[in-house]
Design a protein around this ligand. Structure first.
Ligand code: NAD
Length: 392
């Protein structure tokens, strides 16, 4: 089949298998170029198929030579529709890891469920004995808890309505968008889905099963961002969930003193999860322009490679007063934020292409789905039914 992008606002409903493979190859090449890290050897990545989780899996495997088990929630192709990008990424990752003699297996299912936790435990026990690192990188719209109740995550404010400039992704125009406040149930739902409860459940289950090494490290990802987006992010429903996630790091450490639990506050990047947040994409596009001009722009792989090299596995782990690792240090640098705010005040439909890196934003968006890569021949027929070696 000849696969073309089909974009609807902030989602692309097709993915290109060879483009996704190229993305994974490029990330592996980057990690190899940066050199080895004396880090974990057996790693469980929860949310391993796209964005920060995929970059974490690639870094663990190719910088630390770690065996990896990846958990994801992706759709294979049915022969007519393409698979989701995370499916193709994982197929490519496993193949490329195995070519280098690295153990790599994946579980495709709901990470929130007891069944998937048990599958992971059985796989670790049978193949690896124990894991010494757990990366928690889930971004999910909903979660069904053990009592069979389904909770939804919402991107709303927790104070009043918030009105700001926003980028209309359908036609690249600047519009004004109002985000409404959440009700109690929406706030509770967001904390249930994106807070730390499930991270704790994972750590309890792995510890109880004896498949977590003494002094294992676990890290979960968070975001803070600039004051401009506080009402919609940090002080919004998602920020309350991230607050819960951050507190959970402390709770994990209290309950399981041997485990080192960290929050890494990462940089704003275009991923499937973040493209859906209102107002934020315009900030991203301006941020990209400023950071590229100042030479500090990073993608997921650059962020996670730096996390492993300079922070998590450095002689001493640098943290802020709340104990968090700050990978958003370059994003929040005063010279970056000052320039971003100057552009934000001025930006309108006429000057958006000049004041923001809207092209870079869209390139990253297309790349996520395996499109717009210069060395992939999109006019060629490709097989869309691709197998993931460990799931066959
Ligand atoms: P993403 O959408 O690229 O990745 C989400 C991953 O979770 C995928 O592997 C997906 O398959 C998996 N997943 C989703 N639901 C699942 C389920 N029920 N069971 C199993 N797997 C499931 O998202 P991302 O942007 O890489 O986000 C990962 C984490 O990083 C999130 O906690 C997010 O808040 C955080 N973060 C993101 C940004 C950003 O700008 N993108 C910045 C800082 C922190």
């Amino acid at each position: 089949m000849i696969v073309e992008p089909k974009v609807r606002e902030f989602i692309c409903t097709t993915a290109h298998p060879e483009g996704c493979r190229e993305n994974v190859k490029r990330q592996i090449a980057y990690v190899k170029e940066k050199g080895q890290v004396c880090g974990p050897k057996k790693v469980l990545v929860i949310g391993a198929s796209t964005g920060y989780g995929l970059a974490s899996r690639i870094t663990a495997a190719f910088a630390c030579q770690a065996a990896t088990i990846g958990i994801m929630f992706e759709k294979p192709s049915n022969g007519k529709r393409t698979a989701t990008p995370g499916w193709y990424n994982t197929a490519a990752f496993e193949e490329l890891a195995q070519e280098e003699g690295l153990y790599a297996k994946s579980i495709n299912g709901d990470a929130f469920s007891a069944e998937v936790k048990q599958q992971a435990i059985d796989m670790i026990r049978a193949d690896l004995g124990q894991v010494d690192m757990v990366i928690y990188s889930l971004a999910a719209p909903r979660r069904t808890t053990a009592d069979n109740k389904t909770w939804s995550s919402t991107l709303k404010t927790t104070t009043g309505a918030f009105t700001e400039k926003s980028l209309d992704l359908r036609n690249n125009t600047i519009v004004t968008k109002t985000v409404e406040p959440a009700n109690e149930e929406e706030l509770e739902g967001t904390i249930k889905v994106m807070g730390g409860e499930d991270w704790m459940d994972w750590m309890d289950a792995l510890t109880d099963a004896g498949v977590l090494a003494d002094h294992a490290v676990t890290v979960a990802y968070s975001y803070i961002g600039p004051e401009l987006t506080y009402p919609i992010y940090t002080e919004g429903t998602i920020g309350q969930a991230k607050k819960h996630l951050t507190e959970t790091a402390g709770r994990i450490h209290e309950k399981h003193p041997g485990i080192q639990a960290y929050i890494s506050v990462n940089k704003a990047l275009v991923t499937q999860a973040s493209a859906a947040i209102p107002i934020v994409p315009l900030y991203f596009a301006i941020l990209y322009k400023v950071m590229k001009e100042q030479g500090t722009h990073e993608g997921c792989i650059e962020q996670i490679s730096r996390l492993f090299h300079d922070k998590l596995f450095a002689a001493e782990i640098p943290t802020d007063p709340q104990g968090r690792i700050r990978m958003d240090d370059w994003e929040l640098a005063p010279q970056v934020q000052g320039a971003v705010m100057d552009c934000w005040k001025e930006v309108n439909t006429e000057n958006v292409e000049k004041l923001s890196d809207i092209e870079g934003y869209w390139e990253d968006f297309y790349h996520m789905f395996g499109f717009h890569l210069d060395n992939v021949d999109y006019s060629r027929d490709v097989e869309i039914q691709v197998e993931i070696p460990s799931l066959v």
